[in-house]
Design a protein around this ligand. Structure first.
Ligand SMILES: [Zn+2]
Ligand SMILES: [Zn+2]
Length: 304
C-alpha cells in the first residue's frame, strides 16, 4: 500500500503548497482521494499516470477538496481516455460537474459514473476482490465523509513442502488455497491447515478530512494501520477549530490513541503557520507514532 500526498494544506493554493489531494495505491489499483486545485500538476510532478486513475473519492464540496476535478475530467478527454471514470462524493457533485460541462460546451469521450452519497452512517461504496472502500461520516460545516480503504483477505498460501510430501496434483491447488481439505487416493483426509499457511493480514487506511473532533469516528477507524486525520490548527487556535469545525493536532492524536491505530498522519494544515513541525510536537504529547504529511511526500505501508 503506497500513499502519495499531492496536497495537504487548507484553504488556498500557494507557491509551494497545494490543497487536499492524495493517491492511494493498493494491489495495483490507484484511488484518487479529493482533488483540490493543482492536482493535475501534482500528478505530473509525482509521475503518476493519469490513465491509471479510475476511481475518485471526494470528501465534501468545499473548494479546497474538489476544485481540481473539472480540470482533470477535461484533461482526460484531451488525453484520449476511453475508460469509464467513477466519482464518489456528496449529493450535488454530479450537478456541479454536468453544469460545468454543459455551459462550457464540453464533451467527454468516456463514461462518467457518479455515486452520490447522502448516508449518515458508514456504508460500503466500492468493492472488488482486492479492496473495499467504505465511508466514514465526519462532522464538518457541510456534509462530509472520510473513506476507509481495506485490503480483502488473501487466499491461503500453499505450503510447498507439504504439497510435495502428500504428492498432491496441481489441479487441487485452487481448492486448497480456498481453504478446502483434500482426500488422498488412499482415502486419507489431509486437513487444510497441514497444506497451507495463513495469508498476510490485510492492510487498512483511513482518510479523515475535514472534521471537528468527533468520537463517532473512533469505532469506524478502530485498529486501522494508518489514519490520516486533519489537523488544521494548533492548540493556540482551539477555539477557532471548534468554530470552523476543524480539528487540532491534539484532537487528531486523541482519535488515533482511542482508536488504537498503528500510525497517524497529520495534514490539512492552516496556511497561517510558518512551519508545520509544531503539529507533530503537539500531537506527540498524546500519541507517539505521528508523521507529518507534506506535498510530494510518499508513505509505504509494508505488508506483514
Ligand atoms: Zn478543507
Ligand atoms: Zn471543509
Amino acid at each position: 500500500m503506497k500513499l502519495t500526498i499531492l496536497g495537504c494544506y487548507a484553504a488556498t493554493p500557494r507557491t509551494f503548497t497545494n490543497p487536499t489531494s492524495q493517491v492511494l495505491e493498493i494491489k495495483n489499483r490507484l484511488f484518487l482521494i479529493d482533488c483540490g486545485e493543482g492536482t493535475q500538476v501534482q500528478l505530473r510532478k509525482n509521475k503518476i499516470k493519469f490513465s491509471k486513475i479510475n476511481h475518485v473519492f471526494i470528501s465534501h464540496l468545499h473548494g479546497d477538496h474538489f476544485f481540481g476535478l473539472i480540470g482533470l475530467i477535461s484533461t482526460f478527454t484531451l488525453l484520449g481516455r476511453t475508460t469509464d471514470l467513477y466519482i464518489y462524493g456528496p449529493v450535488g457533485i454530479k450537478e456541479i460537474i454536468m453544469l460545468q460541462l454543459k455551459l462550457t460546451d464540453s464533451w467527454i469521450n468516456y463514461k462518467l459514473h457518479f455515486k452520490e452519497l447522502s448516508g449518515k452512517s458508514s456504508e460500503v461504496i466500492y468493492e472488488d476482490e482486492k479492496v473495499s472502500v467504505s465511508t466514514i461520516p465526519l462532522k464538518h460545516r457541510i456534509y462530509t465523509n472520510g473513506f476507509l480503504f481495506r485490503e480483502q483477505l488473501d487466499k491461503r498460501k500453499l505450503n510447498v513442502e507439504a504439497i510435495k510430501k502428500f504428492e498432491i496434483e496441481q489441479c487441487y491447488f485452487q481448492n486448497i488455497k480456498n481453504g478446502k481439505d483434500i482426500v488422498l487416493d488412499n482415502g486419507q483426509v489431509v486437513k487444510n491447515a497441514q497444506l497451507t499457511f495463513d495469508p498476510a493480514l490485510p492492510k487498512s487506511y483511513a482518510f479523515c478530512s475535514d472534521t471537528a473532533f468527533s468520537e463517532a469516528v473512533i469505532p469506524l477507524v478502530n485498529n486501522v494501520d494508518v489514519l490520516y486525520h486533519e489537523a488544521t490548527f494548533l492548540q493556540s487556535e482551539e477555539a477557532l477549530a471548534k468554530k470552523t469545525k476543524h480539528s487540532t493536532a491534539i484532537e487528531a492524536a486523541t482519535i488515533a490513541l482511542k482508536a488504537n491505530v498503528k500510525q497517524l498522519i497529520l495534514g490539512h494544515y492552516s496556511t497561517r503557520y510558518e512551519s508545520i513541525s509544531l503539529f507533530k510536537e503537539e500531537a506527540q504529547t498524546v500519541f507517539s507514532k505521528v508523521s507529518l504529511a507534506d506535498d510530494g511526500k510518499t508513505f509505504e505501508f509494508e505488508t506483514d
